[in-house]
Design a protein around this ligand. Structure first.
Ligand code: MOS
Length: 739
């Protein structure tokens, strides 16, 4: 029997369209008569709009309208938190009133025949404000006072900490990071009577559908979301932002198709960011490095119009074994736009702090950083008390250590060299919750020998097109080249959001079930069609293998291709749909992905240069469905980790919360020259609880644990402990090894 296609190195099925430029992204769609909306963004952080003078702008060539809170049609709020499927990024729709809550809030939209005309008009809209002093830093706010936004406790962590023989008490800070996907946000809204079609770039076509239906006040069947290709998201496209609502509103008002494309500078204001986290971590341990107390207190800013919590304490009860744990989170409301989940939200900054503190403990005790992780290895989820559905983190550490050569590490600061460079080695632990929700999918087998699989999900670069095709290929034996994956369209059977690393685990069971269902229909047709070699047979005695229908127990070659049977019957296609839910036994288990990163940095003290030289990553992410796209996810995430460790930081002007580095020249991300030698190893143990294929998600976890491994490695090389990311050269100049 041929080897399974699952986990094989097939090439991304949509890759050709992407590299040839044929893939259409949201604002690429050619729409006849489209006009352009350009937002006017507030230049204050807090206050009231006192007047909007549009007279000059309206007289400019090609200008069709300047819309603002005083003249636009109503947009509604979403129904609220009880509508669990609906997630809007800001609690209020744009232009609701004259209040400015943050710098960069849209206060008007200039619409014109060309983009240039609209841009020019937007620049000529005069907005007057009554300005209040904005809150731009957490230190501007006293407190937080009152109970935490989120609280977790087991045992008595304060007492255990106070009595612990060895203690660490440090505060770690992660900066604001802005997602900045390559494809900027954008929407084209096209009305046809009372129905609206939105060309979008979204991580959730179904959520977008729900939000737009509610904010526009339309029945859900009158809204259609199309998002066939997404130039990544990293979380900022999880939920609709104001520009999408403005495009729809303007198009309705003008009865013209309207395109609103968010320029790079506004990608820093009204489409989310990962907020700063300030995390105090207290660890108490025995002399041999066993944790007896963990106290993790986190504060993050959010906007005035949402309650976004960067859930940094999420891994704290689960990651390491410890009898006494307290984990608290507080929010501080500032005049900065709403934050939004960014790759590895919560766990990523949280593990930076927790793992950094653990490394400081290891240094204090003269213990190997890997050894201290093994001494505190959690055999079960001590947070929920449940067993893990599948956990092979110990093997991750072992495999990674072998590949990396960890046993050659000498513990002394600055003790390892390669030429002019002092080497530093660090290791990080990665964790991310695994989940599976409900989804529907449809599979169609055609008389031309092709298959089509469809669901209203989307592929944000993660490989969903390929994953869907592979499951159909596995079930039917039809080669991947003859399978069309169709997604990114809300008119298809409802599929999952690309968020929280749950899309694969959620869509796979639905596609598998629909495949089985349609195969059943083929077998039935085979047994009931005149001229079929299986006429009159019990369909239960038949099977489909390699795309051929045959008698069970006989070689597939003895059978006939499914398309011949469809042709014989003169039908174009057979189709089946399936709906699947969450993992049935999930509530009895703790489902997580695990992993580790081994990082080598090189510090050249002569020229004060720090570089990441190598990263070896080992992932225990369940069964890998699509090997190449999975590897691509982890490689990219680890590169993002290099960015988080050394480059990324959005800097706000303390006077008005303007993001000062709102461009790619000043907001640094890792470039090719910063990318180290990388290796990714998948353990590939199917998770027995999550579903038939045992696939968990891998979108987020690759970023978790990179930054702490980098600061650990940097300490090992330089003796400088960086507790406030990113690592900058100036912070390393106090290193005794610098000249
Ligand atoms: Mo992920 S931050 O849920 O896109």
């Amino acid at each position: 029997m041929a080897a399974s296609v699952i986990g094989s190195a097939v090439t991304r099925v949509d890759g050709r369209l992407k590299v040839t430029g044929a893939a259409r992204y949201a604002v690429d769609h050619p729409i006849d008569g489209v006009v352009y909306g350009v937002p006017v963004a507030s230049t204050i952080g807090s206050g009231k709009i006192t007047a909007i003078d549009t007279s000059a702008a309206e007289k400019m060539p090609g200008v069709l309208a300047v819309l603002h809170h005083g003249n636009c049609g109503a947009l509604y709020r979403t129904a609220g938190p009880f509508e669990q499927d609906i997630w809007m990024s800001e609690s209020r729709p744009p232009f609701e009133d004259d209040t400015v809550y943050y710098y960069g809030q849209y206060v008007a939209l200039a619409v014109a025949n060309t983009f240039e005309q609209a841009q020019d008009a937007a620049a000529h809209v005069k907005v007057s404000y009554r300005e209040q002093k904005p809150l731009t830093r957490m230190s501007d706010v006293t407190g937080p006072t009152g109970p935490p936004h989120k609280h977790y406790a087991r045992g008595d962590a304060e007492a255990a900490f106070n009595n612990a023989p060895v203690k660490i008490d440090e505060t770690y800070v992660t900066p604001t990071e802005t997602h900045n996907p390559m494809e900027m946000h954008g929407t084209i809204a096209v009305w046809n009577g009372n129905k609206v079609m939105l060309y979008e770039t979204t991580q959730g076509v179904m959520n977008h559908l729900g939000v737009m239906s509610q904010t526009l006040g339309l029945p859900i069947e009158d809204v259609h979301i199309v998002s066939p290709f997404v130039g990544s998201g990293f979380g900022c496209k999880l939920a609709p932002w104001p520009h999408s609502l403005l495009a729809a509103m303007a198009a309705r008002k003008l009865r013209l198709p309207v395109k609103v494309s968010v320029p790079r500078n506004l990608m820093f204001t009204a489409v989310g960011h990962r907020p700063i986290t300030e995390q105090r971590v207290r660890l108490g341990a025995t002399q041999d490095g066993k944790l007896v107390a963990t106290i993790h207190e986190v504060k993050n800013p959010t906007s005035q119009i949402d309650d976004y919590m960067e859930n940094a304490t999420e891994p704290t009860p689960v990651m390491y074994s410890c009898p006494n744990v307290t984990a608290d989170q507080w929010l501080v409301k500032l005049n900065i736009g709403s934050p939004m989940a960014m790759r590895g939200p919560g766990a990523n900054p949280g593990m930076y702090a927790l793992d950094s503190a653990l490394d400081e403990l290891a240094v204090k005790l003269n213990l190997d950083p890997l050894e201290i992780r093994l001494r505190n290895y959690a055999e079960k989820d001590e947070g929920s008390g449940r067993p893990f559905s599948s956990k092979h983190l110990r093997e991750c550490y072992q495999r990674g250590a072998e590949r990396f050569g960890w046993s050659r590490r000498t513990p002394g600061v600055g003790s390892m060299r390669d030429g002019n460079e002092i080497l530093g080695w660090g290791v990080g632990s990665a964790i991310w919750g695994a989940g599976r929700g409900g989804a529907q999918a449809r599979v169609r087998l055609s008389a031309d020998g092709r298959a089509r699989v469809s669901s209203a999900t989307q592929d944000i670069g993660t490989g969903t097109y390929t994953v869907m095709a592979l499951i159909v290929a596995d079930k039917t034996g039809i080669p991947v080249e003859r399978i069309d994956s169709v997604l990114g369209d809300s008119s298809l059977p409802p599929g999952p959001m690309s968020g929280g690393s749950t899309a694969t685990a959620t869509i796979v069971p639905a596609v598998a079930a629909a495949s089985v269902e349609v195969i059943g229909r083929v077998l039935e047709l085979a047994s009931r069609t005149d001229g079929s070699p299986f006429m009159g047979a019990d369909p239960k005695t038949l099977a489909m293998t390699g795309g051929r229908v045959h008698k069970q127990g006989e070689a597939p070659e003895s059978g006939v291709p499914f398309e011949s049977l469809l042709q014989l019957r003169k039908v174009a296609a057979l189709e089946a749909e399936a709906k699947t839910g969450g993992a049935p036994d999930a509530h009895n288990y703790s489902m997580h992905c695990f992993g580790t990163h081994f990082v080598e940095v090189g510090w050249d003290p002569g020229i004060a240069r720090l570089r990441v030289r190598r990263i070896v990553t080992v992932m225990d992410a369940g069964r890998i469905i699509s090997e190449k796209t999975a590897r691509n996810q982890i490689l990219g995430a680890a590169v993002m980790g290099v960015g988080m460790g050394m480059f990324e930081e959005t800097v706000y002007d303390p006077r008005n919360a303007k993001p000062l580095n709102n461009n790619f020249a000043d907001y640094l991300v890792a470039t090719n020259a910063d990318v180290p030698e990388q290796e990714v190893i998948f353990l590939d143990y199917p998770d027995p609880v999550i579903g038939e294929y045992g696939a968990r998600g891998i979108g987020e976890i690759g970023l978790v644990g990179v930054a702490s491994a980098m600061t650990m490695a940097t300490y090992h090389a330089t003796g400088v402990r960086v507790r406030e990311l990113p690592i900058r050269v100036e912070k390393l100049m106090e290193s005794s090894s610098s000249v």
